[in-house]
Design a protein around this ligand. Structure first.
Ligand SMILES: [Zn+2]
Ligand SMILES: [Zn+2]
Length: 178
């Protein structure tokens, strides 16, 4: 069946033990990370939802897909394009008070595929979004993007925040307490 942003689980006529699969592009809200907006490529991620009907009006749900996330590099702010593999599972049982058995993406029997997909992409992101793994960043003095080559400012000066530690190390080397 076709994958839609909302899927009414009550309308799926699958017997216990049976399965259904829904596939297709889904309009997913862009991600907001560190105050920046990250879009998807393709614009509507192609996702696959497997639904397995279990005992007691329960569903085992699995959402999979691969999408690229596009937005500024966290180090140099140039355009980054990061592939993300989504593989998320949820269990939902309609007739239970056990919160562990109720998916937060199901309300009144309707699965919020788009909302789940957005969270699943966010969880599958790498620790940092970079334009390339060894992004050289921006020169703190002239602001040049160091991925384009050295800027001519020369080696960085020692960070003044380390000054007190350097003093301490010197005193320890001298064997005294100052
Ligand atoms: Zn970068
Ligand atoms: Zn520079």
């Amino acid at each position: 069946m076709e994958l839609t942003p909302l899927i009414d689980l009550r309308g799926i006529g699958v017997p216990v033990g049976g399965a259904e699969r829904a596939e297709g592009p889904v309009a997913v809200e862009p991600l907001e990370l560190a105050g920046q907006t990250y879009a998807y490529r393709p614009h509507e991620p192609d996702l696959r939802l497997d639904l397995v009907r279990a005992l007691g009006a329960a569903w085992h749900l699995r959402l999979r897909g691969r999408v690229n996330v596009e937005g500024p590099c966290w180090v140099c702010l140039a355009a980054a394009d990061v592939p993300v593999d989504v593989d998320a599972t949820e269990i939902h049982e309609a007739d239970t008070d056990d919160p562990d058995m109720r998916s937060s993406y199901v309300a009144d029997g309707v699965l919020d595929v788009a909302g789940w997909a957005r969270d699943a992409v966010a969880e599958a992101l790498p620790a940092r979004i970079l334009c390339r793994e060894d992004c050289a960043g921006i020169c703190p003095r002239c602001g040049a993007n160091l991925n384009d080559g050295p800027c001519g400012c020369g080696p960085p000066e020692p960070d003044p925040r380390w000054g007190p530690l350097a003093d301490l190390a010197r005193r320890m080397q001298q064997g005294g307490d100052g």
